[in-house]
Design a binder for this molecule. Structure first.
Ligand code: KG4
Ligand code: ZN
Length: 332
């Protein structure tokens, strides 16, 4: 659950996140019912905290933005019901936001309030999260064209499942990122999925199976055998390198295909240090430019939702009290 207060559309006065990792790590992944219950418990304290950190009260707030989807519908419903109730009680306008459209806008968030380096519209965004892996052409704050997406698993899902298989815990992305720094990325070669030049689709389920097969080979089919630390570090580094290689190549192909020069990475996997390093090294020539928000604004956060909401409100959109939550919605 997160809540944020923004001033003038992009200046972040506060951004509070109440992590649920502790609860879900007990089960090796997100348990939807526990997530929605925890949202109910935290929504009021988190909003209060965001107002307090921003040194404002609810009466200072001009409008409310809220996630409408996609994601776990129980959790989204908690935020949406709360936002509608506050809007109804206070008479303030509110608007629903597609959280996948908000991710690539996070680079406009200005934490310090003294300006940030931003891409020029239209630009290409690589949105890599736990549920999505898409290349999106961002035409404006409210207009998007999907260039390609995953046929099966999302990149973050592949990180989480690989970490689980290696017995590393949840959430897996950050753990693999850290561990991979001590491993050899060339130790194990994994086939790069759909790496046909120009193809902007992704597929990560085969990679997950290949990792599983390699682990089984290592422990002679008995997955209860403890794995050697060196092997775990090498397989983590090799897996990460495969994902980063595919994401980097496809991001560059998307720039080539569209003739655009700015690439933005967004979503939880955009926190990955190797992915940042790889894209930073691969851009700069031919006028291409690479942008990434600070990690705290890459993974799910309320500040990006508020920023997106601001632009929808500016465009005259208003939410109605019968607005619904959607587990999956298209990027427009
Ligand atoms: O965008 P996000 O916070 O939530 C969704 O919308 O899904 O993304 C969460 C995903 C998880 O799969 C998590 O393992 C991954 O982002 N992630 C990372 C890193 N930090 C978070 N993946 C790779 N490297 C990281 N450093
Ligand atoms: Zn997300």
């Amino acid at each position: 659950m997160g809540a944020a207060v923004l001033k003038d559309g992009s200046h972040v006065l506060s951004s509070v996140i109440s992590s649920q990792d502790e609860i879900h790590s007990l089960y090796g992944g997100i348990v939807p019912e526990l997530a929605s219950r925890r949202h109910i418990e935290t929504v009021i304290p988190v909003v209060d905290e965001a107002l307090q950190q921003a040194s404002v009260t609810m009466s200072d707030i001009d409008a409310i933005g809220v996630t409408q989807g996609p994601g776990l519908v129980g959790s989204i419903l908690v935020g949406l019901s709360f936002a509608k109730a506050v809007a109804y009680a206070t008479g303030k306008p509110f608007v629903g936001v597609n959280h996948i459209e908000a991710h690539p806008l996070a680079v406009f968030l200005d934490d310090a309030g003294d300006g940030v380096d931003t891409p020029e519209f239209p630009y290409v965004a690589l949105v890599v999260s736990g549920g999505h892996t898409s290349l999106i052409q961002v035409n404006s704050f409210t207009d998007f064209t999907v260039l390609g997406k995953t046929r099966d698993d999302a990149a973050g899902e592949a990180f989480d499942k690989t970490a689980k298989l290696l017995g590393l815990g949840y959430p897996g992305g950050a753990i693999i990122d850290k561990l991979a720094k001590e491993g050899n990325p060339k130790a194990i070669h994994f086939k790069r999925p759909i790496i046909k030049k120009g193809n902007l689709e992704f597929s990560f389920s085969g990679l997950k199976t290949a990792v599983m097969q390699r682990v089984k080979d290592e422990c002679f089919g008995d997955l209860s055998t403890p794995l050697e630390d060196g092997f775990v570090r090498d397989i983590a580094a090799s897996f990460q390198e495969t994902v980063v290689d595919v994401l980097t190549k496809k991001a560059l192909w998307a720039l080539e295909a569209t003739g655009l020069r700015d690439i933005v990475i967004a979503g939880g996997v955009a926190c990955n240090s190797r992915l940042r390093e790889s894209l930073s090294a691969a851009t700069g020539d031919n006028g291409t430019r690479f942008f990434a928000a600070p990690p705290k604004f890459c993974s799910d956060n309320a500040a990006m939702i508020a920023l997106s909401a601001h632009h929808h409100l500016e465009a005259g959109e208003r939410g109605e009290l019968d607005m619904n939550a959607y587990p999956s919605i298209k990027v427009m």
